[in-house]
Design a protein around this ligand. Structure first.
Ligand code: MG
Ligand code: MG
Length: 247
């Protein structure tokens, strides 16, 4: 779907709130913090900005952020009993709604000093996101995004999660079409200005295979190795990709 200028302006505002949540949670994350504390920091930003949460109550999800440490890929539920330690990595995914329009973005960061492999995984995952974003140009085909993400991740010796993908976004968080982080065997729709997508590579240090835990949400790597997740909400414009989820 193509969004008009008024809709894009609202999505930019929603995106800025998401970026504020990222800034506030990044500043709060340190050894000893619980993932429930991260959720509270995010709630405070949403309240301050008068924004709604698109995560809270989504299919019953109980929080405004997903917090996924170490080998957890996505959809971790914040908990006062999950305490981050020095050397952990933590993925934080969150969204915001302004006047019915959605933003959605994620990052992974280290807690204190982390291993060289963790640092490289996070750096490569963010770089793969940027390579994907660069494909969001009018006339290009959507699945070039996944091709670009996959090239960066696999050149570094990492693997791309298949079961969870990006998506169009607008008046709902998850709209059609999906945005794979790999080449799915077909070029996909032709991009037009005014389309908005959430691109969100999940990159694993080892196998791409995933396992869902018994809580019905948390998804972890099948081999227990690290996973990283970066996401932005981006508009396709005649001037190139415009990232909404930045300050
Ligand atoms: Mg997200
Ligand atoms: Mg998303």
């Amino acid at each position: 779907m193509r969004r008009n200028a008024d809709e894009l302006a609202k999505m930019r505002r929603a995106g800025r709130v998401v970026a504020e949540i990222h800034e506030a949670t990044r500043a709060a994350i340190r050894p000893g913090i619980s993932t429930a504390d991260i959720d509270q920091v995010a709630r405070d930003v949403l309240d301050r900005r008068g924004a709604g949460s698109n995560f809270l109550n989504y299919h019953g999800f109980p929080a405004v952020v997903c917090t996924s440490p170490n080998s957890m890929i996505v959809h971790g539920i914040p908990s006062p009993t999950v305490i981050l330690d020095e050397g952990d990595i933590i993925s934080v995914d969150c969204g915001a709604i302004i006047e019915g329009y959605h933003g959605d973005a994620a990052y992974t960061m280290g807690v204190g000093e982390v291993s060289a492999e963790a640092t490289r995984l996070m750096e490569v995952t963010e770089r793969s996101l940027m390579a994907g974003i660069d494909q969001l140009r009018p006339g290009n085909r959507l699945h070039e995004v996944g091709r670009a993400v996959q090239e960066v991740a696999e050149a570094a010796g990492f693997s791309v999660v298949r079961e969870y993908v990006g998506h169009a976004i607008g008046t709902a968080m998850h709209e059609e079409p999906q945005v794979p982080n790999y080449w799915p065997g077909s070029p996909g729709p032709t991009l037009k200005s005014g389309m908005v997508f959430a691109v969100e590579p999940m990159i694993n240090a080892g196998t791409a295979a995933t396992v869902q835990l018994d809580d019905g949400w948390s998804v972890v790597t099948a081999d227990g190795r690290l996973s990283a997740h970066f996401e932005h909400t981006i508009a396709v414009t005649d001037d190139g990709p415009v990232v909404f989820t930045v300050l």
